[in-house]
Each structure stands twice: as structure tokens, then as C-alpha cells.
Write a protein that binds this ligand. Structure first.
Ligand code: ZN
Length: 287
């Protein structure tokens, strides 16, 4: 029996799954593949922006609230399996939460990697996604997710590593980093300006050298998710504690979303199947 093709997306916090991988999760589920989302933390350090909620009341139980939001978003994205690892959110660099003994940034890398190796050997994904070495934008939890996922990708297929798990080795075939096209950032600024939203590049202290994003020329893979954009936006809005109902991005007309934000971008970092050059599909070489 051939294995059902499986995508495993590894993320740091509830809501991270939507922006960079919401489209591919839904697209591949609709194509009959199995989709797995691993979310490392429960997002306890997030803000509470929902005007219908009292932050003082919600904050102490924010982890539970955000996991419930994540479950609803996953249903909407037709995610086959959700695994929340349950580490504590480390907050942004320099926050007190960075020192909490249960937070992801403090986790032992070997132990954290082992949790992913266990999932990879059990669920047998063919394609794995995570963040780049900067965690996309420097968040300590995203950087830790990068480290543990890359380590697990290379360890899961090696019988000499994590043998105490008692599980047969499984080598995922392709590893990707999620990417945010640098040229998109300027597209977004133009869009914000046209919608009357304050634009970072109009601030006097704006430094174009620090604009972030992924240089377009290192992106290998653009997946067309235009058909799934409405679902992706709805899934994002299930994260009510995080996404203010009046956030400008939720007001972007659908045809503009389709035209400007209809691709999810990735960098192919490893492949055990022969592929070269640009791709429009994470499963190129595996179908
Ligand atoms: Zn995050």
C-alpha cells in the first residue's frame, strides 16, 4: 500500500498557521492529502484585541482560549490533525516571559526535537514546513521552532537517533521554510496607503535596509492559493483574541487579495527526491 501523501506544517503560536500556510493546508487537504499542523505553544503571551473581551479576565486563561480558536481555524482549513505541543509562549525578545522555565525558548533542544521526531515517525509526513533561521522575524519561539524542526527532519530517518522512542525511522522527503516575499512588503505598503492606513515607510525613522521579508531571488516555490483565500481570511478571523475586527487587512477587497496575495511562498531547503529550480507545488517529485 502506498502511503497517503502528507504535509506537516510546524508553527510556534496559534494563528501563525494561517498567514504563511493557510492556503496550502486547505489546498492539499482538498487534493486528498493528509495535512498535519503542529503548534508548539499555546500563545499565552499574545495580546487580547477583541473588543468584546475584557483583557484582564481573558489573559489568565489565554492559552485555553487560543487553543480553542486554533481548533476552529483548523476545522475551517480542513486540517487533518492538530498537535499542540504545549510549551509556554516565550513572548517577544527581552520580555520577562523569556525566562519562564516552561517556555519554548528555554526548552532543551534535544527534548523538543524528540517530540517532533516522534510525530514524524508516527505520522510519516512527506513534506515538512517551518520558519527560516531568523524565525521569519526574530521571535524567539519561531527561532526555536526552526531549530527543532530542522533537527527533527534530519534525525527522524536516522535509526541511530532517538532509538529509545521505539519507532521505525521515517525520512520526510522535502523540507521548506515559509517565506514572505520582500517585494510583497512594498505592495502591502501601497495598499495600506490607498486604504488610508498609516504606512511604516512614511515614518521619519523608516530604514529601508531593515524592511525584512525574504529576498525574492531565494524563493524556490510559489503555490497558487487564490481559490482558498476567503477561507484563509475566515480562518484567521477565528483567532478573535489576535485579529481586531477592524484590522485593515480584513477590509482588502477580495479581487485585490487574489491579485496581490494569491501565492504562498517557500524556500526548498532539502529534498530527497530529484527536483531542481522553481516549483509551483510542495509535492513536486512526490506525486
Ligand atoms: Zn508566532
Amino acid at each position: 500500500m502506498t502511503e497517503r501523501l502528507t504535509l506537516m506544517a510546524v508553527h510556534a503560536h496559534p494563528d501563525d498557521e494561517c498567514m504563511s500556510t493557510g492556503g496550502v493546508l486547505l489546498r492539499y487537504a482538498r487534493e486528498g492529502m493528509r495535512t498535519v499542523l503542529v503548534t508548539a505553544t499555546r500563545g499565552e503571551e499574545g495580546e487580547v484585541v477583541d473588543p468584546d473581551m475584557d483583557p484582564a479576565e481573558v489573559k489568565p486563561k489565554l492559552g485555553d482560549v487560543r487553543v480553542a480558536e486554533l481548533e476552529r481555524a483548523c476545522q475551517h482549513l480542513e486540517v487533518g490533525e492538530l498537535h499542540v505541543l504545549g510549551y509556554r509562549d516565550s513572548g517577544m525578545v527581552g520580555w520577562e516571559a523569556n525566562n519562564h522555565p516552561d517556555c519554548l525558548a528555554q526548552a532543551d533542544l534535544q527534548e523538543a526535537t524528540g517530540r517532533l521526531v516522534r510525530l514524524m515517525r508516527t505520522l510519516r509526513p512527506h513534506v515538512v514546513t517551518c520558519y527560516d533561521e531568523n524565525g521569519g522575524y526574530g521571535h524567539p519561539d519561531h527561532i526555536q521552532v526552526h531549530r527543532m524542526t530542522v533537527a527533527a527532519f534530519h534525525a527522524a530517518g536516522d535509526a541511530t537517533q532517538y532509538s529509545a522512542l521505539g519507532l521505525a525511522p521515517w525520512q520526510p522527503q522535502k523540507l521548506y521554510y515559509t517565506a514572505y516575499q520582500r517585494s510583497y512588503i512594498f505592495t502591502r505598503y501601497e495598499l495600506m496607503r490607498s486604504m488610508g492606513v498609516p504606512v511604516p515607510s512614511d515614518r521619519p525613522d523608516f530604514d529601508p535596509a531593515k524592511v525584512g521579508g525574504t529576498p525574492d531571488d531565494i524563493i524556490t516555490t510559489y503555490v497558487d492559493v487564490r481559490e482558498f483565500l476567503l477561507h484563509k481570511m475566515h480562518a484567521l478571523q477565528y483567532h478573535r483574541t489576535q485579529i481586531a475586527p477592524d484590522w485593515w487587512f480584513t477590509r482588502v477587497p477580495h479581487e485585490i487579495l487574489r491579485e496581490k496575495f494569491g501565492l504562498e511562498c517557500f524556500i526548498r531547503m532539502a529534498s530527497h527526491v530529484p527536483v531542481e529550480g522553481p516549483e509551483d507545488d510542495l509535492f513536486t517529485g512526490l506525486r
